[in-house]
Structure formats: structure tokens, C-alpha cells
Design a protein around this ligand. Structure first.
Ligand SMILES: [Zn+2]
Ligand SMILES: [Zn+2]
Length: 243
């Protein structure tokens, strides 16, 4: 099976912490220049800029998967991806509605810029996207499945906003098909972490908030084709549909 270079965790200028240069065409151009085959757009608690990146990639040999990085009630970051823009946007709306009613203050947290594929400024989102939603980690996988998506914990090796930093260990439930490890070299240097490789696919994505941080062509997935369907089959293959 062919191998495809991936980066399944990239923010746009809609995330308050995302650089204003993280526009749709810039992300597509940088991912293409770096030789990536498949990327996912995962802003904090919204998918409103994902469609712009999908459209900006038309005619470019790059697959863009729309997604969301949800902050659960426990303050765990979870990457969620969807088969199409409609599903991602509907999921993003449902997630956004579960944010606390606290408005962004751009002077402190950064702008949350909505844009289209031509870099037209479409305004901003009012609620602060970096807050935690009231969606529990137990509830999230089922909720995302309703929109055709699936999810896995982000940067589990980070000291904050990660499932391991919150729980200390990976809970048995809910079950996830994959785990994102930001620095696998360092994480697996500790032999006691080998257990996380036994039942999960380990993914390493960039969590890029700046163009320069988008992944190089160095992490690969064996896929039938660079698509959501093939990605789902590769990550959930052989697992029960409950995942
Ligand atoms: Zn995160
Ligand atoms: Zn992120």
C-alpha cells in the first residue's frame, strides 16, 4: 500500500493563538511545498475556516480534511476529523455552542479571523475559542460520530491540555483508535510508555500555529488513497464501530 505524508493537526488564523499568516492559500502552499499529501485543519472549537482551506486546495495535489480541535470540559485537547465540510461545520457549530459565554479580547488572546479561500476577511468569531467547552471526554466520541467523524487525543505528551496530564494514565473508556504524540522520540524513550503503542496508532502531527511549523515530509501513513475514508479504515481498521 502506498505511503502518504501527513500532518493532521494544523490551525488557521481563526484560532486566537494562530498566526495571522495562517490563511487558506498560505497553508495549502506551505503544505504542498513541504511535500505533504494529506493534512487536517483543526482550529480550537470551530471548523469555520476549514472550508476555505479545502477550497484553496482545489487543483493542488493535497488532500485537506476538515476537522476541529475540541477542548473538553476536563481541558483535554482532542483532534476530531470529518468526511466532508458539511459534517465538520455542523460538528463545529455544536461544539461552539458548548463554549462558555466569554467573548474574545483580541488584545490579550489574539484575533479570531474568519476568511475565505481568497484571503478575504469575513469578520471574527465572538466567543473565546481557547476556552474549555462543557463537553466531557466521555461524551465527545459519540457526539463526533453523529457528524460522521472520529477523534483521538491530541499531544498526549504535553504537560497541559493533554489526556495524560489530566488523568495521569489513559482511561479505558472512551476508547480511541489513535493517540497523537508530539515528541515520540522523547516520549518512548521512557519504556513505561510502550504500553500506549500496543493498542493505538501513534500519530505525530505539527499542531502548527505558524506556517514554518507545518510538518516536513517525514511522517507517513499507509493508506489506500489520501482520503478521509482510507484514513478511517487505516486507523479504525479491524476495530469495532463503537470506536
Ligand atoms: Zn492542543
Ligand atoms: Zn492544536
Amino acid at each position: 500500500m502506498p505511503q502518504y505524508a501527513y500532518d493532521l493537526h494544523i490551525h488557521t488564523c481563526l484560532s486566537p493563538c494562530g498566526d495571522t499568516l495562517m490563511t487558506a492559500p498560505n497553508i495549502v502552499n506551505m503544505a504542498y511545498l513541504k511535500g505533504l499529501d494529506i493534512i487536517a485543519i483543526t482550529d480550537h472549537n470551530t471548523a469555520k475556516n476549514a472550508a476555505a482551506v479545502v477550497r484553496a486546495a482545489r487543483g493542488v495535489p493535497l488532500t485537506v480534511i476538515p476537522g476541529v480541535e475540541v477542548t473538553t470540559a476536563e481541558e483535554i485537547h482532542v483532534v476530531c476529523i470529518f468526511p466532508d465540510v458539511e459534517g465538520a461545520e455542523a460538528a463545529g457549530e455544536a461544539v461552539y455552542k458548548r463554549l462558555p459565554p466569554i467573548e474574545n479580547r483580541p488584545e490579550y488572546f489574539g484575533e479570531q479571523i474568519l476568511m475565505d479561500e481568497n484571503e478575504s476577511d469575513l469578520g471574527t468569531l465572538p466567543l473565546l475559542l481557547s476556552n474549555a467547552t462543557d463537553i466531557s471526554i466521555d461524551e465527545l466520541p459519540d457526539m463526533m460520530r453523529e457528524f460522521g467523524g472520529f477523534c483521538w487525543p491530541a499531544h498526549i505528551d504535553r504537560p497541559s491540555n493533554s489526556i495524560l496530564s489530566v488523568f495521569g494514565v489513559l482511561p479505558d473508556k472512551p476508547a480511541f483508535p489513535a493517540l497523537e504524540v508530539y515528541n515520540p522520540h522523547r516520549f518512548f524513550a521512557d519504556g513505561s510508555n510502550a504500553i500506549y503503542r500496543m493498542n493505538h496508532r501513534i500519530l505525530t502531527s505539527s499542531d502548527a500555529h505558524r506556517l514554518v511549523d507545518i510538518a516536513e515530509r517525514e511522517r507517513f501513513l499507509e493508506l489506500e488513497e489520501p482520503s478521509f475514508r482510507a484514513l478511517k479504515a487505516a486507523l479504525l481498521g479491524g476495530r469495532s464501530d463503537k470506536l
